[in-house]
Ligand binder design. Structure first.
Ligand code: NAD
Length: 497
């Protein structure tokens, strides 16, 4: 393992994070909090949390903009999205750099993230056609009587998003909400608000009508104000399961639509027929990429039968070769984790697993960056002998830790996979169709990978998630997004003259 840190220039002049409300940038009064670079621990900017009064003003603006926006023909609304795509493309490298700096992820991962975000703008730009799904007319449901269904927008929607994909996740929601004729408010994670500033520079350049697309920054109080506001029709949430459950319950109590994506505990199962040359790099990317801070990371890997020894050897070798460093350095494989508290939490989870009987095969937790010794770095960890009874087999790690387990057969592996409270994603590495089918059929998770370690759905499919990984029924992206953001109104008509 080496450390790479050349040519990384940290921002030294903190900027002020701004809100974007009613078609313009606004600053708000209140206590400021630093936005900290997790690698250099320098302050990148300062952020003020939006108060309930300021949330009320933003909702008022979005509410006012709704009536005219819903009357804007879908073909015209889609033109705004084509323009937004262009403006985002023009800023893609800047957004990737900002998010690598604020989050710590490698710049390569950041570029991929921006691409996946823009993909949703592209999908939503097809809105005129998408609105036809679930609408239509049937003549003569009774004599001389016709019945039709049309999709209609509802009003103001808000999205509350997590720290781990600061550019992509806002774009799971924003394009679909406005394409369908609603107005929209984004609340980014207070830990990584900078890439949203650049996304909203793109929004500003597109010149949406005032109040259609808005940004409020803040933490828990800002979210509470959004959840309780009577003029918000629906909330999209992505974050940890405990907060997802709270958001789901609170928003539902105040009569809102809600889709709340929670945390995860994802397993990969490697069978004897797997092509290890291809599977092993894929497993390593899934677990250690984004420093493990990924809701699709397969942080427990189960080797079935005789594959275990070879698999273990290759994974250890691969993990040892990973480079820990600053995300903006092209050579880095593992950037810092988001906060010192996060690093301590991961550290404790590993200690607890060892106390419960797991064995530490690789332990680079005490990695210290030569230039940034205060940074939240943590090198790769690999544990073996992990069993379902251990906390580390049940709880989300969200750090660069791979847990190895073994079973005699596929049935035993599936039992381990299904023993968790979560159901976000799971992967099988196999070359046998029957095993893959059995896995898809029996594993209780919303996104299943076959030889794919990070099974992130394209924008034109919904993003799955079950059990404690999802609260609601309509998911993000694709057709589910159109259903979430529209009401299907029935009209039954007949004419007497
Ligand atoms: P988090 O739950 O701490 O925060 C998410 C958002 O909720 C932030 O905007 C935050 O300001 C707000 N928030 C935090 N506490 C709150 C409270 N008590 N009341 C109201 N709002 C609150 O999550 P995080 O640490 O930013 O993100 C990591 C989590 O997100 C992980 O559990 C990860 O698995 C999950 N995640 C899930 C998916 C998915 O698709 N299921 C995708 C990405 C991340």
């Amino acid at each position: 393992m080496t450390s790479q840190h050349e040519e990384v220039v940290a921002t030294t002049t903190p900027d002020t994070v701004r809100n974007y409300v009613g078609g313009g940038w606004t600053t708000i009064d209140g206590e400021t909090h630093p936005v900290v670079d997790p690698a250099t621990v320098e302050d990148l900017a300062e952020i003020t949390y939006t108060s309930a009064d300021d949330v009320d003003a933003a909702v008022g603006t979005a509410h006012e903009a709704f009536e005219e926006w819903r009357r804007t023909p879908p073909v015209e609304r889609s033109q705004y999205l084509f323009d937004l795509k262009g403006e985002l493309e023009a800023r893609a490298d800047d957004i990737a750099e900002a998010l690598s700096r604020e989050h710590g992820k490698t710049v390569g991962e950041a570029r991929g993230e921006v691409r996946r975000g823009i993909e949703n703008v592209e999908v939503a730009a097809g809105i005129p056609n998408m609105l036809r799904e679930g609408s239509g007319i049937v003549e003569d449901v009774a004599s001389g009587m016709d019945e039709s269904a049309v999709r209609q927008p509802l009003g103001v929607f808000a999205a509350v998003v997590p720290f781990n994909f600061p550019a992509m996740i806002p774009l799971w929601f924003l394009p679909y909400a406005v394409a369908t004729g609603n107005t929209f408010i984004l609340k980014p994670s207070e830990r990584v608000p900078l890439s949203s500033q650049l996304i909203f520079e793109a929004v500003d350049a597109v010149d949406f009508p005032d109040g259609v697309v808005n940004l409020v920054n803040g933490g828990k109080e800002t979210v509470t104000a959004l959840l309780e506001h009577e003029d918000i029709e629906g909330i999209s949430f992505v974050g940890s399961s405990s907060v997802a459950r709270h958001v789901y319950e609170t928003a539902a109590t105040s009569g809102k639509r809600v889709q709340a994506q929670g945390g995860a505990k994802n397993y990969a199962v490697v069978t004897e027929s797997a092509v290890l040359d291809r599977a092993v790099p894929n497993v390593l990317g899934s677990v250690y990429g984004n420093a493990g801070q990924r809701c699709l990371a397969n942080d427990v890997v189960v080797g079935v039968g005789d594959v275990y020894d070879d698999l273990r050897e290759r994974l250890v070798e691969g993990a040892e070769d990973l480079t820990v460093g600053v995300g903006l350095d092209e050579e880095t494989d593992i950037g810092p984790v988001i906060t010192p508290e996060s690093r301590d939490r991961i550290d404790e989870m590993v200690d607890e697993a060892v106390a419960e009987g797991a064995e530490l095969v690789l332990d680079e937790r005490d990695f210290e960056h030569p230039e940034y010794p205060e940074g939240n770095f943590m090198g790769p960890v690999l544990l073996e002998g992990v069993t379902s009874e251990m906390a580390i087999a049940q709880e989300e790690i969200f750090g660069p830790v791979l847990c190895l387990a073994s079973t005699d057969d596929l049935e035993g592996a599936i039992e381990m996979v299904n023993a968790t409270d979560y159901g976000n994603a799971s992967t099988i590495y196999t070359e046998r169709g029957g095993e893959a089918r059995q896995y898809r059929y029996e594993v209780d998770a919303g996104n299943i990978g076959v030889n794919v370690g990070v099974c992130a759905p394209m924008g034109f499919f919904h993003f799955g998630g079950r059990k404690a990984s999802f609260f609601g029924d309509l998911h993000a992206q694709g057709e589910d997004a159109i259903d979430f953001y529209t009401e299907k109104t029935i009209e039954i008509e007949r004419w007497f003259s």
